[in-house]
Design a protein around this ligand. Structure first.
Ligand SMILES: [Zn+2]
Length: 433
């Protein structure tokens, strides 16, 4: 959720002078001796050699960063829960509704006025946690390139998007609850999935460019190799985009976004500047796997199931809670917009409970894309190089239960081992009989 606190933006000008960190020049693929193709190639030894090439202090820092994220998930949930309860129990939520009703008589407009107050209050109240997580902590771990003013600029854009797009979604959902009292949970799920689909459709074209500059990939050699790979895999893209993610962070990434007509492959400039050509090919093979295996469409199908469950449980939990505390909190029932903090609290609890299942769905797709990418790009060492770079912010060697609960991508060891296993079967010379 977007957060805003304008006073601090002024204060922050002092922090604005921080120079972006240096990004290393393009480099060549380095393969540890144990991972070189040979007749005694061993996938486990090769994996261990790659992991050992990652400096220990950096590894400890990355583990601390990622494990801290587990706790932050919990603190975010608890902080949001307490905030919702305060809004309800102090009557502030009912008061914001009363104010909206004094301002306008039209139902949908009342919802929008309530929403504007709600998002402003929660953004301000949540700001300390947001600024710690999104700004100070990222700098503390050396992951951010962004000064405070620029970061606040992004936060403001997010807040405005939340105000407009979130307002439309909430107005539609409240309308459904009022008009279809018997089946609002079903229609609520349907409308939510439609909103998610519209979001996915417009995001690469209208939303992502608000935060970063997207241009066609300039490096002709890299572009040629990517387009060759695309044609070989029957992917109808004729253009590849790059974007200046280094504005915000040092993280390497690429993505396939959009669907129907807006699908596109974009690489971030950190990937282009910090990876060998082999690693870029490996990453692109992975992204093409998402494309060919229709992961976006499968994701929409999965979300439909998750939303249906969420709305069904939400309906039951809302009815139960309103019976107990509705009068005390001055809520008139489920059709009352002042119920929103309660709904937000229940939805965040349900999402927290479902997150291991959602992570596992995503992680499984990511692993599929890895397998596809290895076969398409045939760059297992490039894959290992990219996996190690991701290890700067994602724990490289998690336990299996930990991976199951918290990881939306496979851990570094899992991915590098898969690459080395592929290499053993495809590139290592066979022992002479
Ligand atoms: Zn992926």
């Amino acid at each position: 959720m977007p957060r805003l606190f304008t006073l601090l933006a002024l204060l922050a000008a002092a922090l604005a002078a921080q120079a972006p960190a240096q990004i290393p020049a393009p480099h060549h693929l380095t393969i540890p001796p144990e991972a070189q193709a040979s007749s005694h190639f061993d996938a486990t030894a090769a994996t261990n050699a790659y992991l050992a090439s990652f400096p220990t202090p950096q590894r400890q820092r990355s583990d601390a960063y990622f494990e801290g994220g587990y706790w932050l998930t919990l603190w975010d949930f608890l902080y949001g829960a307490v905030l919702s309860l305060v809004l309800l129990a102090t009557g502030l939520s009912a008061g914001m509704r009363d104010l909206a009703e004094r301002i306008t008589r039209r139902g949908p407009l009342q919802t929008l006025v309530y929403w504007a107050q709600y998002i402003l209050v929660t953004s301000i109240a949540g700001f300390p946690l947001t600024v710690y997580e999104g700004f100070f902590r990222e700098h503390q771990y050396g992951l951010s390139n962004q000064n405070f003013v620029s970061w606040m600029g992004d936060q403001t854009k997010e807040l405005l998007l939340g105000l407009v797009l979130g307002g439309l979604a909430v107005a539609a959902l409240v309308g459904i609850v009022r008009r279809l009292p018997g089946a609002w949970h079903i229609w609520g799920a349907v409308v939510s999935i439609v909103f998610v689909m519209i979001g996915a459709l417009i995001a690469p074209v209208f939303i992502a460019p608000l935060f970063n500059d997207y241009t066609v990939l300039k490096d002709q050699r890299i572009k040629d190799s990517i387009l060759r790979l695309a044609r070989a895999n029957g992917i109808p893209v004729t253009e590849v985009y790059e974007f200046n993610a280094s504005k915000q962070s040092k993280r390497v990434s690429a993505n396939v976004s959009g669907f129907l007509g807006t699908t596109r492959i974009s690489l971030n400039d950190n990937l282009l500047n910090r990876c060998s050509p082999e690693a870029i090919e490996a990453v692109m093979g992975h992204e093409m796997g998402h494309f060919v295996m229709n992961h976006i469409y499968k994701g929409i199908l999965f979300s439909t199931i998750v939303f249906t469950l969420t709305f069904t449980w939400l309906r039951r939990a809302l009815d139960w809670s309103l019976l107990r505390w509705g009068t005390r909190w001055r809520l008139r029932g489920v059709t009352d917009v002042a119920v929103l903090p309660l709904a937000a609290l229940l939805i965040s609890a349900i999402s927290l409970g479902l997150s291991p299942i959602e992570n596992t769905f995503t992680r499984t797709q990511e692993f599929e894309a890895d397998m596809y990418g290895l076969n398409a790009a045939r760059q297992p060492d490039g894959e290992a190089e990219a996996d190690l770079l991701l290890g700067e912010y994602r724990k490289l060697d998690p336990g299996s239960i930990e991976e199951w609960i918290f990881f939306d991508h496979p851990g570094g060891r899992t991915r590098i081992f898969a690459a080395m296993r592929w290499k053993a079967e495809n590139l290592a010379p066979r022992p002479v009989e």
